[in-house]
Design a protein around this ligand. Structure first.
Ligand code: HBI
Ligand code: FE
Length: 283
């Protein structure tokens, strides 16, 4: 089924016309919504990688351009892979992507990341040299975290930046996290809805903050720039931070601390309106 590194061939020739059409439908919807809302580096990545071409991207073609830009490549995997395997791929500039694409009835929500989430959501920023370095550094950090038993803490850094991060642009905010960028509804909610908190990125604070995997985020963290995010992480040995946090209690997902830089104090009205609303969170 797969090699030791869980990779499988993409088998691009096997995609059906309706699967290519699903990619185009998802792509068109986001391409109309994102300009003005998404970090410019994301749109630049779409151009550099020619991702606006119709149909599901063929990784062989995509990788020729991506390797040229930042030395990254996309590899196909059957689904979620073990953490250690995931980190090793990232550390070696290989982004793991699902091969399957969601069905029409899953257009707005699906459990596992499909090829649209992974390739449209994550890959354009891998053409940005600074963000590409950050993702490789994250992979190396993950390899260390496995040895330290600190994966859960490090996963929060990934979640609140790579998946659901916001970027400050003057006095407005832009989205860059793949989980937002690949979601029609969350691309609106994350910036416009009064419900969630939007607070300044703070590594230590973020590593204490739980997150939700089953619904819109209740808190988004805002970075000043990809350069700043890289500067705060690439050279940092997180071991002392893990030590410092060892005894501390995790923060609930909607908590605001006195030291937080609050861009927006959320009403949490959306979260309260959800049937499965729990004061805490699942992770
Ligand atoms: N596997 N295919 C795949 N994609 C992911 O995004 C992924 C994964 N395995 C683990 C994982 N992400 C996260 O839990 C890591 O941040 C730990
Ligand atoms: Fe993802």
């Amino acid at each position: 089924m797969h090699k030791g590194d869980w990779t499988v061939p993409q088998e691009w020739h096997l995609y059906r016309a309706d699967e290519h059409a699903m990619w185009d439908r998802l792509f068109e919807r986001q391409a109309r919504l994102l300009p003005g809302r998404v970090a410019p580096a994301f749109l630049e990545g779409l151009d550099i990688l020619r991702l606006s071409k119709p149909g599901i991207p063929d990784f062989a073609e995509l990788n020729a351009r991506l390797m040229d830009a930042t030395g990254w490549q996309v590899v196909a995997v059957p689904g979620l892979v073990p953490d250690a395997v995931f980190f090793d791929h990232l550390a070696n500039r290989r982004f793991v992507a699902g091969r399957f694409i969601r069905r029409p009835d899953q257009i707005d929500y699906l459990e596992e990341p499909d090829i649209f989430h992974d390739v449209f959501g994550h890959v354009p920023l891998l053409a940005n040299p600074v963000f590409a370095d950050y993702m490789a550094a994250y992979g190396r950090g993950g390899q260390r975290a496995v040895k330290l038993g600190a994966i859960e803490r490090l996963a929060r850094l990934y979640w609140y930046t790579v998946e659901f991060g916001l970027l400050r642009s003057g006095d407005s905010l832009q989205i860059y996290g793949a989980g937002i960028v690949s979601s029609f509804s969350e691309s609106v909610f994350a910036l416009d809805d009064p419900s969630p908190n939007r607070i300044g990125f703070d590594l230590k604070r973020l590593m204490q903050t739980r997150y939700r995997i089953d619904d819109f985020q209740q808190t988004y963290f805002v970075i000043d720039s990809f350069e700043d995010l890289l500067a705060q992480t690439i050279g940092t040995d997180f071991a002392p931070l893990y030590q410092e946090l060892a005894g501390s209690t995790d923060l609930d997902v909607a908590t605001i601390l006195p030291g937080d830089t609050v861009f927006h104090l959320g009403t949490q009205a959306y979260a309260r309106s959800r049937p499965t609303h729990s004061s805490g969170s699942s992770e």
